[in-house]
Ligand binder design. Structure first.
Ligand code: 13P
Ligand code: ZN
Ligand code: NA
Length: 283
């Protein structure tokens, strides 16, 4: 069933676990993620960046994920990730997305508040949930890039003000993760996470969760993260498996032969990440 993220994230706050959210790009990655979620019996968030929306088309993505949701035994959310283009966000809502993130992290605080307020008003009338970011997560996420020096950790007191003023459904926070891979080992600011968790009651979102050590994800979930975002760690094994096929068999031309191992590799990562979130069996 296709759902908004309202109930599944509320349940995650209550139960002190997280829902894993995976960025997909095509039917193959979508089916591989859904398979992992079904095998783990967990709600799952399927997300597409705005550049994936441009690549695949809104109608295709809504149809694909709608079909996946209808055919699967677990709740499925179709979420628009990191949207900086309000017109595009509206189109996605109108076309059937059930959740959106409006990314105002590059705007001033007041502009971010205004953008999120506007999004919440529009989305809530249509039973769609809204995620927003306070602070700024470093790294490269598709067409959006933030240099490390320009990243900003989330201020716990400002988070209270932000949630009150915007009525946002879930809050992405910056506590030391970055989009993509890490040079060294990422150091998460657990104290900041705990402080934010004490002060606000909305679900908290951890972006850039690829390549964060398992123990750090587990600890972040224990301390109050309710959604973890994984993109890079699906893209890499998917591509690696395809490269392996072509290395062994350069003449291979059957998509079913070169995509199947790639899909299996994605499903394996998906199940592992869901395990770290403690959401298995919560569907
Ligand atoms: P990673 O690419 O590090 O997994 O980040 C994903 C993300 O935050 C998507 O919004
Ligand atoms: Zn992100
Ligand atoms: Na990352």
């Amino acid at each position: 069933e296709l759902v908004s993220s309202r109930k599944i994230l509320k349940d995650a706050v209550k139960g002190n676990y997280a829902i894993a959210a995976f960025n997909v790009h095509n039917m193959e990655t979508l089916k591989a993620v859904i398979k992992g979620a079904v095998e783990m019996d967990t709600p799952v968030i399927i997300q597409t960046s705005q550049s994936t929306v441009k690549y695949a088309g809104i109608e295709y993505l809504v149809a694909l994920v709608g079909t996946a949701a209808k055919l699967s035994s677990v709740p499925v959310v179709l979420h628009l990730d990191h949207c900086t283009d309000w017109e595009l966000a509206k189109k996605c809502i109108d076309a059937g997305y059930t959740s959106i993130m409006v990314d105002g992290s590059m705007l001033s605080y007041e502009e971010n508040v205004a953008l999120v307020k506007k999004a919440v008003e529009y989305a809530h009338l249509r039973d769609v949930t809204v995620e927003a970011e306070l602070g700024r997560v470093a790294g490269v996420e598709d067409d959006l890039s933030v240099e490390e020096e320009k990243s900003l950790y989330t201020d716990p007191d400002l988070a209270v003000d932000f949630v009150e003023k915007t009525g946002v459904d879930s809050l992405a926070i910056a506590i030391g993760t970055a989009h993509g891979v890490y040079k060294g080992e990422p150091k998460l600011d657990y104290e900041r996470l705990s402080a934010i968790r004490r002060k606000v009651d909305v679900p908290l979102v951890l972006h850039g969760a690829s390549c964060v050590p398992d123990e750090s994800i587990i600890k972040a979930v224990e301390l109050g993260i309710n959604k973890i975002n994984i993109a890079t760690e699906l893209k890499m094994p998917f591509a690696d498996a395809i490269k392996r096929v072509f290395k062994e068999k350069p003449q291979e031309d059957d998509p079913r032969k070169y995509f199947t191992p790639a899909m299996d590799a994605v499903t394996e990562v998906v199940k592992h990440k869901i395990g770290l979130c403690s959401s298995a069996g919560k569907a």
